[in-house]
Write a protein that binds this ligand. Structure first.
Ligand SMILES: [Zn+2]
Ligand SMILES: [Zn+2]
Length: 745
């Protein structure tokens, strides 16, 4: 008997189940029927790096468990994503390999899709897309023009790193110790026109909505609060030279009378009025060219410029005015009171001001009015253009007569030449007359296309939208398709906690698109009704990196242990809010559990038909079966609650406990009667079928195969994976009797 028992062979089982899913189109997005909840589960959008890493496996294992759970509950589920395929990493990888980014990205994407399928993730693969596809970036261009028209996108000077030898601007990660990554020559900073995304109009609403986001976990809310950087305090109107008004903020309104100087942000809207003196203007310019982003932000080292001017409180008493980027780092592009007596940073600054601070206002008998309540946000507009080849072309032209002119929407897409093999030097787009030369849409004269491309952060602003639109309709109806109303907002975003910036900006743009029109049905302007952020996967307490030689390769793990074991291990190892320190221990645990369950279930299946049928024995053990029924009921309730909260580590723990309970039940029956009666066996198999069903979200291949072998199948032989409503009364198969029913016999 024992010799015929199939041993647990994940490779075989997983291949069979994956083939069955593909054949049945099991994960295609359904059209929701009346009364059915439409649930869009949004995983993170991977960069086309070429390899899934353990962080992806964690992300998708959580999202997949949730998607499978909601499907099992009878909800219509959309589980789809696209690749974040434009950007510097792909361009640099292509330069390194002497290939075209377009080819590199395609190869990486195909490989990653194969890895995802091998892991059994239930994505609707037919909806996958690449942000670098023409059909896709055409809409990034549409979004750019739409935001430009609404005043949410604007052009201004910014500081960028420039390599004279390579004749190109460099991204921060291409500058190593002040030298170019390619030629190792020193890099210098230059000012050049850059495109920016405006955030200010929606900061307050992003802040206010945080109170109402019910299904957001604490980690995700924390990142949103951090990015906002809200300061509560008060503001006062001061008077400068020639009666010029200046509103100043302080987070210490009660101590405003102690103020001794005023600090202006270099990005203050009226900064030029305060830096009118040529010497001051020159210093400000030098500060900007030095790049205040990269300058020391600490109060002991941050640059400070003296405007030479002073401002007075309404009751009199002058305060010297200085300019410093420390204001941006603390309160955004505003003006602030310097109050050394209550503020440590101000105290450090006061000691090194280019001109002495005045005595405290209060000490001079100045009768200062009470500051009115005010609030500031540190979050500020950011640059969205890059001087790189591999990105969405910015759809504007430069005309000598008309200046910067947007391309007409009907002319989109402005195509990116795909046959480019960048060398890292120069700007490939500036060397392509077929791209560069065009005519002005306004005057018809000769014009030049913009050679900057959009940073992939811009593509990401709407990367959560396309999956909700059937691929065939994306060309015409990307932002107007009726399905958008069904799937948006996404019920749950599952992403790493380094995605906070993306999510913040997506929340801003959703509100802009609501006010502009396309997303008017999203009343609160939120793209995600729920959000779960998880920490990263580390090894030996350190970040995984090639340099440290501690990278764990998911492919190797899957080849050695099977997808179910890897998925179960990564879910079990830690709750989402904790960094997951990868160890062999979790893998051993998952492997032992799945192998143990498989063997135990098969022993039970084999033993059942030979069991005697004795009414007296059955009656004698009825109370033990009843207890098993209660354990099952309890386990089901807990696992259901864990899944609703996406606390997969708890759900897995509760599933392993349920198996222990089932084994305990068998021991108790054997202790009382020496053997299991037919009724006892049926109750045991029923409990195992319940366990298999609640395991489907975590170890889908093995759990489904077990259901098949337990006979829990429909008329086509497909496993019955519906989520049990109750362990007592919902057995999942028409013929199967629940433990409670057996107990009553
Ligand atoms: Zn260089
Ligand atoms: Zn023109």
């Amino acid at each position: 008997m024992a010799g015929s028992r199939p041993s647990y062979d994940p490779e075989r089982i997983e291949a069979v189940r994956q083939a069955a899913w593909a054949e049945a189109g099991a994960f295609e997005t359904p059209a929701p029927t009346f009364g059915q909840a439409a649930v869009y589960v949004k995983p993170s959008s991977p960069f086309t790096s070429g390899n899934l890493h353990m962080g992806h496996v964690r992300d998708y294992s959580i999202g997949d468990a949730y998607a499978r759970f909601r499907r099992a509950r009878g909800d219509a589920v959309l589980f789809g994503f696209g690749f974040d395929a434009f950007g510097l990493p792909a361009e640099m990888a292509a330069i390194e390999r002497g290939t075209r980014p377009a080819e590199w990205v395609e190869r990486c994407g195909e490989r990653m899709l194969a890895q995802m399928k091998r892991l059994g993730f239930s994505f609707d693969y037919g909806r996958a897309f690449y942000s670098s596809d023409e059909d896709q970036y055409r809409w990034s261009q549409w979004l750019f023009l739409t935001l430009l028209e609404a005043g949410m996108v604007y052009r201004d000077d910014a500081t960028v790193d420039w390599c004279d030898t390579c004749r190109t601007t460099l991204a921060a990660l291409q500058v190593e110790d002040g030298r170019c990554w390619r030629c190792h020559e020193p890099v210098r900073l230059i000012r050049r026109p850059t495109w920016f995304l405006r955030l200010a109009p929606y900061l307050e609403e992003n802040d206010r909505n945080l109170e109402r986001l019910e299904n957001w976990d604490e980690l995700s809310l924390k990142t949103q609060r951090y990015i906002l950087g809200r300061s509560e305090g008060g503001e006062l109107d001061l008077v400068g030279p020639g009666g010029r008004a200046l509103t100043v903020f302080t987070p210490h309104p009660g101590a405003a009378g102690e103020a001794r100087f005023v600090l202006l942000s270099p990005r203050h809207p009226e900064i030029d009025l305060w830096a009118a003196e040529p010497a001051v203007a020159a210093q400000l310019d030098a500060l900007r060219s030095g790049g205040w982003e990269r300058s020391a932000r600490d109060a002991s080292a941050v640059p400070v410029i003296d405007t030479g001017a002073a401002t007075a409180a309404p009751g009199g008493g002058e305060l010297p005015v200085f300019v410093s980027p420390i204001v941006d780092a603390r309160y955004g592009p505003t003006a602030a009171l310097g109050i050394p007596s209550v503020d440590e940073a101000d105290e450090a600054l006061a000691a090194r001001l280019p001109r002495p601070a005045g005595p405290p206002l209060a000490g001079r008998g100045v009768d200062l009015p009470q500051p009115r309540p005010a609030r500031r946000y540190r979050a500020y507009d950011f640059s969205i253009s890059r001087q790189r080849y591999w990105g969405t072309p910015i759809p504007v032209v430069h005309c000598e007569r008309c200046g910067v002119v947007p391309a007409p929407v009907e002319d989109l897409p402005v195509r990116l030449p795909r046959d480019v093999e960048p060398s890292g030097g120069g700007n490939p787009l500036a060397e392509r007359p077929d791209f560069l030369e065009t005519s002005c849409p306004r005057c018809g004269g000769a014009a030049r296309r913009e050679t900057d491309t959009l940073d992939c952060h811009f593509d990401a602003l709407w990367l959560w939208v396309p999956a909700a639109v059937p691929p065939a309709d994306r060309g015409e109806q990307m932002f107007t398709h009726p399905d958008l109303r069904r799937w948006l907002p996404s019920e749950r975003l599952v992403a790493g906690n380094d995605s906070g910036g993306f999510v913040f900006d997506q929340r801003v743009v959703t509100k802009a698109l609501r006010d502009i029109g396309p997303f008017e049905f999203l009343a609160d302007g939120e793209p995600f009704a729920g959000c779960l952020f998880h920490e990263m996967v580390v090894a030996d307490g350190r970040k995984m990196s090639k340099h440290l030689g501690n990278v764990v390769d998911p492919d190797e793990l899957v080849a050695a242990h099977g997808a179910d074991t890897v998925r179960l291990a990564i879910l079990y190892a830690a709750g989402p809010a904790k960094a997951l320190n990868w160890t062999e221990g979790a893998l051993r645990f998952a492997s032992r559990f799945l192998t143990g369950l498989w063997e135990y279930a098969h022993e039970s299946i084999e033993a059942a038909p030979g069991a005697p049928q004795d009414p007296e024995a059955a009656a004698d053990t009825a109370f033990i079966r009843e207890r098993l029924g209660k354990w099952c009921e309890n386990g089901l309730a807990r696992i259901t609650a864990d899944l609703e909260q996406l606390q997969m580590h708890k759900a897995v723990r509760n599933a392993t406990r349920l198996l222990e309970r089932i084994k305990d039940y068998e021991k108790r029956v054997v202790k009382r009667r020496d053997r299991l009666d037919r009724a006892d066996h049926e109750a045991l198999l029923e409990a195992l079928a319940l366990l298999a069903r609640v395991l489907v979200p975590f170890a889908p291949h093995m759990a489904e195969q077990l259901l098949i072998e337990l006979g829990r199948v429909d008329e086509d032989g497909a496993p019955l994976t519906g989520w049990p409503v109750s362990a007592m009364y919902d057995s999942g198969s028409a013929e199967g009797a629940s433990p409670a029913a057996i107990a009553q016999e």
